[in-house]
Design a protein around this ligand. Structure first.
Ligand code: SAH
Ligand code: DHB
Ligand code: MG
Length: 224
């Protein structure tokens, strides 16, 4: 029997083989991302489908994503939108945004998905000023050192019942290393401090293993 990371990958292949039929649009998105030299840090297929199912259960009509990359998770989420729904995805890297826009158009989602170019700490205040929101579902997956700042902005763009999901909060278990010099790890640690102290959020977190290694998601519902 395979062990460790090799086993996690094999089990993910088994799960995806049974539950996630091959999808030409998502396959072309992954191929276009690789061809453009984007890093392969998209969510895994079964994680993308988890986001999709959560957004569907939430009946989401307004979705906010922070961190588009090539639009792989964006496509999973865009396909979950209720009728008349809209998704805004924030991306700082012009090349990533360009690749994502092409992928989103190929997925037939260009009329419901908008990719906004700019550092999220600049574009989030604009969304508030423009009266966007409240969003029903918010996925935070950009630079990890800013996670607590993004959650604070997400609260301003939320209503009671909004679901906030944050990716990459375990970092191969490094999250428990208080002395870590990795800004990504410290971002995740400050997230948990914030979640523990913020009465408006009811939260949990799960570790994941699989094709993307050992990481995890935090999930919070706005309750106040
Ligand atoms: N959600 C994507 C993966 C996102 S990877 C998926 O699962 O398919 C993280 C992305 O966040 C990268 O494209 C990176 O360019 C972007 N990013 C990094 N810093 C950012 C910032 N300050 N504002 C907005 N996007 C940022
Ligand atoms: C990184 C970013 C991600 O969104 C991810 O899922 C994995 C890794 C990173 O910046 O290292
Ligand atoms: Mg991620």
């Amino acid at each position: 029997m395979a062990e460790g990371a090799e086993l996690w990958k094999a089990v993910d292949e088994y799960l995806v083989g049974h539950l996630i039929p091959s999808d030409p649009v998502l396959d072309e998105t992954m191929a276009a991302n690789a061809a453009a030299g984007l890093p392969s840090i998209d969510v895994a297929p079964n994680q993308g489908k988890l986001l999709h199912l959560l957004a569907r259960v939430a009946g989401a009509r307004k979705i906010l994503e922070i961190g588009t990359l090539g639009g792989y998770s964006t496509t999973w989420l865009g396909r979950a939108l209720a009728d008349g729904g809209r998704l805004i995805s924030l991306e700082a890297n012009a090349k990533h945004a360009e690749v994502a826009r092409k992928n989103i158009a190929r997925a037939g989602l260009e009329s419901v998905v908008t990719v906004r170019l700019g550092a999220a700490l600049d574009t989030l205040p604009k969304l508030v000023e423009e009266g966007e929101g409240p969003f029903d579902f918010i996925f935070i997956d950009a630079d990890k050192s800013n996670i607590p700042n993004y959650v604070t902005w997400a609260l301003k763009l939320s209503r009671k019942g909004t679901l906030i999901v944050v990716d990459n909060i375990i970092r191969e278990g490094q999250v428990i290393d208080a002395a870590s010099s990795d800004a990504n790890v410290q971002g995740a640690r400050r997230l948990f401090d914030l979640l523990a102290a913020e009465p408006r959020l009811e939260a949990t977190a799960l570790q994941t293993v699989g094709s993307k290694g050992h990481d995890g998601f935090a999930m919070a519902v706005v309750v106040g």
